[in-house]
Design a protein around this ligand. Sequence first.
Ligand SMILES: [Zn+2]
Length: 253
Amino acid sequence: MPAPKIKHAKLFWLGFFVFMFLVLAAHVVPVYAASTSTPALSPSPAFDVSRSNATTTKEIALTFDDGPYGTSTAEVLDILEKEHIHATFFLIGKNVEEYPALARREVADGDLIGNHSYDHSKKLATLSQSAFELNLLKAQLAIVSNTGISPTIYRPPYGLLSDAMHKVLVKDGFHTDFWTIDAEDWNYPKSPSALIIKDILAQAKPRAIILFHDGRDTHVDYPRGNLVDALPTIIDDLKKEGYTFVTVDKFTR
Ligand SMILES: [Zn+2]
């Protein structure tokens, strides 16, 4: 009899599809559940520009730490203005209190400002979450009250980022920024301008984030002439190589 055979075939295929559905569901559902579960408190890995995007767009970011810092910051701002480019400044809260007009000029010039702690202490990475948060927000208050801008980016002094710091930064909505090229200009005796120029140009590549220092911790009158002398040549040579200058928030993170 043909009819029962067809019926059996139909039942076989129906059973097969139900079986396959159950197999797939068993595999897919846990993956979906895992991907949508609440993330653990531990923050995502630090931003690594070298892995974030393989673009070859010749964009590069100049960043300046430890200011504002008297005449050297003013000289850097004059150079940026003359070159018609913008940069990112990571400010020390205590220095903002010392030189509020310079911090305001950075904002007025269209540069991006970030938080670089209140006093650049080497102990920041050893502090509890609450003690670190106090330092972070003290710097934030100095910056906001003097510029009207509340930064959303933070660069840890010495690049030292503890788990406690990272948790607080994530909780308070900060993006942590590092760098990819260190000019080592902070070390005045060992970094004359010619060496800074040579090193930066040798390492420059698309999406690089260059670390300079328009200040030096909370020191007073630390010489910054090596940077100020090197900067115009670095900018001009990078322009000749086809680079455009962006603030760090323009990069895909
Ligand atoms: Zn610093």
